[in-house]
Structures are given as C-alpha cells and as structure tokens.
Design a protein. Structure first.
Length: 257
C-alpha cells in the first residue's frame, strides 16, 4: 500500500509539473506575440534633437510591434529622465528609438554628438574602402592601414597599386571605432532609401572612384594613429557585427610577397 501511495503521489506531482510547464510555455508564446508600443522615427530626426522635441514635432510616433521583435534597449515612452536627452546621430525614418542613441546635450557639438572621452576626427577614403557606402552613422568599423617604405599616393581608381609591392604592409590599426557621420563627395553618386543615404556601388566609375569623408569618435591616442595613417598610408574600413571577432595585429603584416 505504501508503494502504491508513493506511486500515486509521484504521478500527481508529475501531472502538476507537466501542466505548469505547459502553462509557462503558453505564457511565453503569448508574450512573444503580444504587441507592445515602442517609438519609431516617422521622419528623419537630425542629430542633436531632444527626445521631447522629436515627439512634439511628430518625428517620433508610437507603433505596436510584436514583443519578441523589440530590442530590450527600445524606448517605449518619453519619460522625464530622457526628455532632455538628444540623438547622438541622425535617426533615419523607420528606425526604432533606442536608449543607446540618446546622450546628454552637453556631448553635442555642432551637428554631431561626440561620445564622452573621445574627439571627432575626419578622414577621407575611397568609396570601396568605405565598404561600398554601407558604413553609416552609428556603425562600428575596424580601421586598416596600408603603408610602405615610401609614402603611398592615394587614388580612388580601382586599378591603383603600389609600385614596389615587396615593401607594402597592411595591418589592423584600430579594432573598433564608432562612426559619427558620413559625407560623400559630389563625384560619388548616392541614392536615398528607407534606411537613409546609400552610396552607389554598381561598379561605375563615379561610384568606384569617388571619395567619402568619414568622421570617427576616438580618444586622443587613437586619434593620433588615425591622423598619422591618413597622412602617410592608405586607410581601409571593415564593417563590424557583434560576432566579427576582430583583434588588433601585434605588428606589421606583409600584404604581398
């Protein structure tokens, strides 16, 4: 009888555990499908615009989106503690407003917001070195430097090459840098899409030979490296993701042998 009683008790506990698991699974599934209100840019929001002003001017509108598709960093309402914060860079139409996009007004200089502890440094590169125009404000990039025994002459012709390739080196100069702004030269064609301005990358001469001025946020030591490389070498960018796994080179790496 004791064995039967224990078996019955275990059966009841098992049924309760299964029902509890199913109930929790249903709740998680329902929450994933549940719509939550989050703020989305209806029109382009210039850098330095406060969250309060953007909302009052109709640049930000609430939209109902599935909870499972909304980042944890999303801004759902403009509360008093974030009302005076401003956008650190231009927010394109259709983008969700994230807490990471907002900074204090004291960090904004001119039309861009400079992260604390850094300075804005502008460098000019060819369109192909700018990942064919896919580098945008808010992107994170790795910066490569190609240099040699003599100063290399930068041209944006896709056919350019070093004259003495045995003394040319490429190394990763900076593993991760934030992009503050991107300005294409008139020679580089551009088109406007829902995600903002995208440089043409179809292989035409105007697209492959244009130049782009990219403003980066860097602390003093990194800014000095960028300026030196921009003056004496050839800069090249790599667009990063959270799983890129980049790391700085310990020393010069020979590009050609």
């Amino acid at each position: 009888m004791l064995t039967v009683a224990l078996a019955a008790l275990l059966a009841v506990l098992g049924i309760v555990a299964v029902l509890s698991y199913v109930d929790n699974a249903n709740k998680r599934a329902i929450y994933g499908m549940k719509a939550v209100s989050t703020l989305v840019a209806k029109d382009a929001i210039p850098a330095g615009t406060s969250a309060k002003d953007a909302l009052q001017r109709g640049l930000l509108v609430p939209e109902q989106l599935p909870a499972s598709s909304v980042p944890l960093d999303a801004v759902h309402t403009v509360t008093p503690d974030i009302a005076k914060l401003v956008t650190s860079y231009a927010v394109q139409p259709g983008m969700l407003l994230l807490h990471s996009m907002l900074v204090s007004a004291a960090q904004v200089t001119g039309a861009i917001a400079i992260p604390q502890g850094t300075m804005a440094v502008a460098v000019q590169v060819c369109v192909q070195a700018d990942v064919a125009g896919y580098v945008q404000p808010g992107s994170y990039i790795a910066v490569f430097d190609t240099y040699g025994g003599q100063s290399l002459q930068q041209t944006c012709d896709v056919a350019h090459q070093a004259q003495n390739i045995s003394t040319v080196y490429t190394r990763m100069l900076l593993p991760k840098v934030e992009v503050l702004s991107v300005a294409a030269a008139p020679a580089a064609q551009s088109t406007t899409s829902s995600s903002g301005t995208v440089l043409a990358g179809n292989g035409s001469s105007s697209a492959t030979q244009g130049t782009v001025t990219v403003t980066l946020a860097a602390p003093q030591a990194d800014a000095e490296r960028l300026i030196l490389a921009n003056e004496t070498g050839l800069l090249y960018f790599g667009l990063l993701t959270s799983s890129s796994g980049q790391h700085p080179d310990p020393g010069p790496t020979q590009l050609f042998k």
